[in-house]
Write a protein that binds this ligand. Structure first.
Ligand SMILES: C[S@@+](CC[C@H](N)C(=O)[O-])C[C@H]1O[C@@H](n2cnc3c(N)ncnc32)[C@H](O)[C@@H]1O
Length: 270
């Protein structure tokens, strides 16, 4: 059992580490994370955003991107014409996003530097839709955070939880072995590419910032149950294998059938 003081210290350490690591990540975040930008993952993102937008009634335009970072989701959504709010702990990531917005897009943007849990405790009017991409595994208590996020989605509005590490049981050691081998080869290529492009990587820096990885990721079923309890209808859970590069991602998904990532699309009940 940990004491309340120890818990508070750990919570603070996770926040501080997220600030530190994402200050380092900065403008080069997406260049450093090709697993989010390769053609395979881009196509998953585009389809997920299309499904999200289809749920939004035509006159509903106010969307929040929780943990928006340097704009992986924010940028395609603002380009589609929505009025976007982005919240992120890291001033540097928000600054990087701001630099990619022209005057017109900036006029439809609200950018907030702060903790997403504090933000969702505040008295903001619920949003027409909410997107949470690659954020939950950075939080000390993602379950409590998700409950609060749900209260900030208006009735009928969509919630997309995107690109979270999948906690799962290994059912096939052979497939898992091949999956690991593919990852090792890819990691070697990735390190060479980053070196060639003079992009520093911070391999040992993510221990506390990616806190939920210590528990092997997040179980989407557990998350779906929380969403249902909080008045959301879970529409789709997608599990798939994200890889640094598009071709290994294609091989992993179509031949090995392995998974390490998930997305959930839900809708607030009326
Ligand atoms: C892996 S990045 C993902 C960024 C973006 N959503 C994307 O998909 O590329 C995680 C982001 O969450 C932010 N973050 C971590 N903990 C946070 C917290 N407690 N409150 C607000 N933002 C947080 C980090 O600063 C970082 O920008």
């Amino acid at each position: 059992m940990t004491s309340l003081a120890e818990d508070k210290n750990l919570q603070q350490k996770i926040l501080d580490e997220n600030k530190r690591v994402h200050a380092l990540e900065n403008k080069l975040y997406l260049s450093r994370h090709p697993e989010q930008t390769n053609f395979f993952q881009r196509s998953i993102l585009n389809k997920a955003l299309d499904s999200f937008c289809k749920i939004l009634p035509a006159n509903k335009k106010r969307i929040v991107d929780i943990g928006c970072g340097s704009g992986y989701v924010f940028l395609p959504m603002i380009t589609k014409g929505y009025q976007m709010t982005g919240v992120d702990l890291s001033e540097e990531m928000i600054q990087a996003l701001k630099e990619d917005l022209d005057k017109e897009k900036l006029s439809r943007s609200e950018l907030i530097v702060g903790d997403v849990v504090e933000f969702s405790n505040g008295n903001t009017t619920p949003f027409d839709g909410m997107i949470v991409s690659a954020l939950l595994h950075h939080l000390y208590d993602f379950k409590n955070a998700v409950r609060k996020f749900c209260s900030k989605v208006a009735p009928g509005g969509p919630l997309l939880i995107f690109f979270e590490p999948l906690r799962q049981k290994i059912n096939s050691p052979i497939r898992y072995g091949l999956h690991k081998r593919l990852a090792e080869i890819e990691e070697r290529i990735y390190k060479k590419e980053m070196k060639f492009r003079k992009i520093p990587i911070f391999e040992d820096d993510y221990e506390y910032s990616d806190y939920q990885r210590q528990f092997g990721g997040i179980d989407p079923k557990e998350l779906a149950a929380i969403l249902e309890e909080e008045g959301m209808e879970v529409l789709k859970i997608s599990k798939y294998c994200a890889r640094r590069y598009g071709i290994p991602a294609f091989i992993a998904n179509s031949i090995l059938g392995t998974a390490n990532t998930f997305n959930i699309l839900a809708k607030k009940r009326n």
